[in-house]
Design a protein around this ligand. Structure first.
Ligand code: NAD
Ligand code: MN
Length: 352
């Protein structure tokens, strides 16, 4: 069987709790599929920051580059400014490794309840393809006249034709591969007359190559409302970095819990490793109590197995998750239960 080198950046708060709960399950699924995973743990994050003055070492990207994949927990802690922890760890990896697709399934799993009245699993089966390397999170901008009454700040969204095109093309081909073949583009070209007008133009051009996909643009605010009122009309959603970030937390909430939702930071060209993570953050409000839901991390592990070329391992892990949720006897507090992180992971292991 093949051997995969996977780096683990568990990070802060509940990051290590959910990542360490998920790892043995991912391993078990891989081994059952005849593969082997060699895990290397990198102790980067807020503790590292306090000791070394930076979130990860100067050669971190060089060390990660040869890996087959990166498994990520979450970063951020109240004793380090969030813009430091995010900008010195997760965003540089996404950008340097050209992980320009952030794939975020938003699916109501059987046995999980949605806050949307009268809705069930058949109504909530969406996937967001979020642009992951530029746009509103370009990092460009400045603050001026700090501490004066004239103080101001600029945050520049930088969108490139190439950057939009590649993620939109990925989204259209994903939509073409799904039964409903629908694509919604999140825009805001009525108010953002430069960036989102370019976005709309590129979407229209790429759409011409996918006549089998039924697509339409929605202003992002209306799309957020539509996710709540008519989720059954949505399939693939393609969105810019900020819009996709917001829409996917909403998507996680309406499909049961932020703790369930997985994400994959994909480099579709495979020039660098992709990175897999639950979409939630480090949840300082529940960290250290052993009650975080590990399912988001476990499902992220399943996505990793699929991307590594182990579809049967993906299916085994995903089916075990769905079996445990359907039974509903073991549930963490975010799902209305009383189970801890390790109990939940143990239940998935047994189901496998
Ligand atoms: P968060 O996702 O950490 O938490 C939001 C809410 O969801 C909290 O009430 C939390 O308890 C709950 N929650 C999140 N994950 C859960 C899980 N697995 N099980 C049960 N409940 C869960 O978002 P936040 O509070 O805005 O941010 C906290 C920190 O995380 C900040 O430092 C932020 O910058 C960071 N953050 C990091 C990432 C990342 O590493 N990719 C993403 C988002 C936020
Ligand atoms: Mn987010």
């Amino acid at each position: 069987g093949r051997r995969y080198e996977v780096g683990v950046i568990a990070g802060d708060g509940i990051g290590p709790e959910v990542a360490e709960a998920a790892i043995p399950l991912i391993e078990k699924a891989a081994v059952a599929a005849g593969a082997e995973i060699a895990w290397t743990r990198y102790p980067w994050g807020c503790d590292y920051y306090h000791e070394h003055g930076r979130m990860m070492p100067a050669d971190a990207l060089d060390r990660l580059a040869p890996l087959d994949a990166i498994f990520f927990g979450a970063v951020g802690r109240p004793d380090v400014p969030d813009h430091v922890s995010v900008w010195e760890l997760i965003l540089p990896i996404r950008q340097a490794f050209s992980q320009y697709v952030n794939l975020r399934p938003m699916r109501l799993l059987p046995g999980v309840s949605t806050p949307l009245a009268g809705r069930g699993a058949a109504d909530l089966d969406m996937v967001c393809v979020r642009e992951n390397g530029e746009g509103e999170y370009s990092g460009l901008g400045a603050r001026y006249d700090q501490g004066t009454p004239e103080e101001s700040a600029e945050q520049i969204g930088r969108f490139t034709r190439r950057g939009i095109e590649r993620v939109v093309r990925y989204a259209f081909s994903l939509a073409a591969s799904r039964p409903r073949r629908l694509l919604a583009s999140a825009t805001k070209s009525n108010a953002l007359q430069h960036s989102m007008v370019l976005w709309d133009e590129v979407v229209r051009e790429v759409a011409a190559d996918f006549p089998e996909v039924e697509w339409r643009p929605y202003h992002v605010d209306a799309l957020a409302a539509r996710m709540v009122t008519h989720p059954d009309t949505l399939d693939v959603i393609v969105a810019s970095n900020l819009f996709g970030d917001i829409l996917t937390d909403l998507g996680a909430a309406i499909t049961g819990s932020l703790g369930l939702a997985p994400g994959a930071n994909l480099n579709p060209d495979r020039t660098h490793p992709s990175m897999f993570e639950p979409i939630h953050g480090s949840a300082p409000d529940i960290a250290g109590r052993g009650v975080a839901n590990p399912i988001g991390a476990i499902q992220a592990g399943a996505l990793m197995l699929r991307e590594l070329g182990l579809p049967s391992a993906h299916d085994a892990l995903q089916n075990a998750v769905e079996q445990v949720l359907t039974e509903g006897t073991v549930r963490t507090p975010d799902l209305g239960g009383v189970a801890g992180t390790s109990e939940m992971a143990e239940a998935v292991a047994e189901a496998m």
